[in-house]
Design a protein around this ligand. Structure first.
Ligand SMILES: [Zn+2]
Length: 302
């Protein structure tokens, strides 16, 4: 985009810039090198939403353009960084024709609103000087500035943000059984997730832990363990990190039930490749995940 000028982009995007300003944020036009340009909204939690079209370009005239794309970069420091952005717009099916500006703005403003409560907390902490504000360098737009990045500061900011969000989520959660509000359960589930990450060779923060309500013994559910970007399901029997298991479809009722102990990545590879042990794990029989009419739904079936 050799003909890019800030003035042309500001004119072509004036309605969007106005709408965002009215929504209480401070949008700016950023030229991102390589012919890419976007409207950037820096949020007080250190992230930034970038709005551009599908080709990462801003329109320079009022003429037809490609549909909008809005992404939220979790650790913005004047350039996208290495973390995967979250898609703010489009959600679901992309509009195929017509002006999607209103739809894009609605999604972006809604996204910012959901952060409002949280960012207000961030602002309070910042005012009390408990934490440092994210870097706010105004001299940027040049890719060579990646050299001046301070990764430790970025990860500290990201960790702070995630910890605050997690604490707020826990305070707001009143569901029973208490699971992750139960220190003993949470400690065991955390150990189970860590053990799973180690066996699978993935980063711990890629493993999500929830309480498996199907396999709950009163207030003591097993943890449901999943890996970001993967459909495989795991558990730790009795919330014991030494009893990791792979859930797989029951050969009779097709429901996801514990079948194979996971001690090595190859155990998962066997399941994916269709190799199953002659005998499933002991917990397979009478697992509450079977359909009631499944022959394995009770221990007395065979
Ligand atoms: Zn079954």
């Amino acid at each position: 985009m050799n003909d890019f000028t800030f003035a042309a982009a500001a004119t072509a995007c004036r309605d969007i810039l106005e709408a965002l300003t009215d929504a209480g944020v401070e949008p700016s036009i950023e030229y991102l090198a390589g012919g890419c340009a976007a409207i950037a909204i820096e949020l007080s939690n250190g992230s930034a939403i970038l709005i551009s079209d599908n080709d990462a370009r801003l329109p320079l005239t009022d003429g037809p353009r490609a549909p909008w794309l809005a992404l939220c970069y979790p650790a913005w420091d004047g350039y996208p960084g290495e973390d995967e952005p979250a898609t703010v717009y489009p959600l679901g099916d992309r509009p195929t024709d017509g002006d999607d500006t209103a739809a894009m703005l609605a999604e972006v403003i809604a996204y910012i609103s959901t952060l409002a409560h949280f960012t207000a907390q961030w602002g309070r902490l910042r005012r009390h000087r408990l934490i440092s504000p994210p870097g706010r360098s105004r001299q940027r737009r040049i890719s060579a500035q990646q050299e001046s990045r301070t990764p430790i500061m970025n990860s500290f900011d990201s960790l702070t943000v995630r910890a605050l969000a997690s604490a707020e989520q826990r305070r707001d959660d009143t569901a029973e059984p208490a699971t992750w509000r139960d220190p003993h359960w949470a400690e065991r589930a955390e150990a189970s997730a860590t053990a799973l990450a180690q066996v699978l060779g993935v980063a711990r923060d890629h493993v999500a832990v929830t309480a498996d309500r199907t396999r709950a013994y009163g207030a003591w559910p097993w943890p449901a363990l999943t890996v970001n970007g993967s459909t495989h399901e795991f558990t730790a029997a009795f919330n014991d990190p030494k009893q990791l298991m792979i859930l797989a479809p029951c050969p009779d009722c097709r429901q996801q039930v514990p079948q194979i102990r996971l001690r090595h990545l190859a155990d998962l590879g066997d399941v994916i490749g269709g190799f199953r042990p002659d005998e499933p794990v002991h917990e397979f029989r009478a697992d509450p995940g079977h359909r009631p009419d499944c022959p394995h739904a009770t221990t007395e079936s065979d």
